[in-house]
Design a protein around this ligand. Structure first.
Ligand code: AMP
Ligand code: GLY
Length: 419
């Protein structure tokens, strides 16, 4: 088979790496890919150019396309491919609204009795301000852009001033453009945060092992929210009882509800959950694999990923469930100074050859020129390993990181530490 992976980050490198192990696969393309994806041929088409991507897949007779990021899904890449009879793994545009519109997701979950934080919607500054000043939510309060904002559209505000500033940024200044046409104001939920992911063909579910990502930029959950600074799998907070509860109260009703509403959901459903005293509640849905959760999860996958993705793309889940390693995995992101804000690019990355074979490097923001790697993004590299326990996996990863260097490199030292 020829497989095209759409995207360029660490998640996509992990997908490419795993897909390259499938005996079914003879050729992998990555659009646009990154400098470290030695398993794939890069194709210089950006992820939002869905028509050009479909043209490419048709020309090269690609057998299966796998989409990493949310943007092409929200733009209808799956609809475009299917219209042309091209096989693709991911949800349709209508189904991708679960991530592309937080207002849609909230209202959907309300309709289907899925537990969430209480919320209001505002479309102008003064309404937003009234809601905040009514005191209904107290502080902290969470303010979110409705649309896609690259993971930066949710602001946890500790004070009245911060809340007004957030409203101003989203509604008046439109820092995320039309994503801020509608804004959600919601109750802050204290608790532990986890990621919960399944693969579905719209009716049936293939479970995926649990994971947790670390969203804040700095150790001990300090600093700004990022796309994720590292991940572990499994997530020690999720026992068998909680697993069943999440499936029954959140995942199954979501997949059933989408089907009932004519938005059959095929692909990866990823729920960001808060484990509250009242039980698990949904913070957000993503309609794709998590980044960096995928890097941790995929190292533990024994089964052939291509087989399952291909079956889902055909609308039929395989009868065989996925097999997983019992070992734990961790994955630490090496980021550029300044991330998730502004950062510099083009710094030479040294020491990659010195890393041993017990560690896997999934590249994210890297470019390869004249025999050398350079930084080209905020999240640059993922250093990942498995171990019999977290201590062993952490030791492998953190000793490998000591060998790697680029100017401005920073990373969290507490990935895989649980209090
Ligand atoms: P979201 O984009 O909705 O996943 O939000 C980004 C991050 O903000 C989440 O991963 C949480 O850490 C935090 N967050 C979002 N909503 C809430 C909430 N209602 N209560 C507490 N934290 C939240
Ligand atoms: N790690 C969070 C995400 O993929 O959205």
């Amino acid at each position: 088979m020829k497989v095209l992976v759409v995207g360029s980050g660490g998640r996509e490198h992990a997908l490419v790496w795993k897909i390259s192990h499938s005996p079914l696969v003879e050729k992998i393309y990555a659009a646009p890919g990154n400098g470290g994806m030695k398993e794939a041929e890069r194709v210089p088409i950006p992820v939002h150019e869905v028509v050009a991507l479909a043209d490419f897949a048709a020309e090269r007779a690609v057998d299966l396309t796998v989409v990493g990021p949310e943007l092409p899904l929200a733009l209808g890449i799956v609809d475009e491919f299917q219209r042309r009879g091209l096989k693709i793994f991911g949800p349709s545009r209508l189904a991708a609204e679960l991530e592309a519109s937080k207002v849609f997701a909230k209202e959907f979950m309300t309709r289907h009795g899925i537990p969430i934080a209480e919320f209001d919607v505002a479309t102008d500054f003064s309404t937003g301000r009234e809601i905040i000043e009514s005191g209904k939510y107290g502080y902290p309060v969470v303010i979110k852009a409705d649309g896609l904002a690259g993971g930066k559209g949710s602001l946890v505000c500790q004070t009245h001033e911060e809340a007004l500033r957030a409203l101003d940024l989203l509604i008046n200044r439109r820092v995320f453009g039309t994503a801020g046409d509608r804004v959600i104001i919601e109750r802050f939920l204290p608790g532990r945060e986890i990621s919960f992911t399944v693969i579905t063909d719209g009716k049936n579910i293939v479970p995926i092992v649990t994971s947790k990502d670390y969203k804040r930029a700095y150790d001990e959950d300090q600093g700004p929210n990022t796309g994720g600074m590292g991940a572990v799998s499994p997530c020690p907070y999720v026992d068998a009882n909680l697993y069943v509860k999440i499936m029954d109260s959140i995942i199954r009703p979501t997949i059933r509800g989408m089907l009932e509403e004519g938005r059959e959901f095929r692909g990866v459903l990823y729920a960001g959950l808060m484990l509250t005293e009242e039980g698990p509640k949904v913070l957000e849905f993503n309609v794709r694999f998590g980044d960096p959760e995928t890097q941790a999860i995929i190292m533990r996958l024994r089964s052939d990923l291509v087989e399952v993705l291909n079956s889902v793309a055909e609308g039929l889940i395989p009868e065989k469930k996925l097999e997983w390693d019992r070992e734990v995995s961790i994955d630490v992101v090496l980021a550029s100074s300044g991330y998730p804000g502004k950062y510099e690019k083009g710094k030479e990355i040294k020491g990659l050859d010195e890393v041993g074979e017990d560690v896997i490097l999934f590249h994210a923001g890297t470019e390869f020129r004249d025999g050398k790697f350079y930084t080209s993004g905020g999240r640059v590299l993922n250093v990942a390993a498995k171990g019999k326990d977290l201590g062993e996996a952490r030791a492998k990863v953190y000793s490998a990181i000591e060998k790697i260097h680029f100017e401005g490199m920073f990373y969290r030292k507490d990935i895989g530490v649980f209090q």
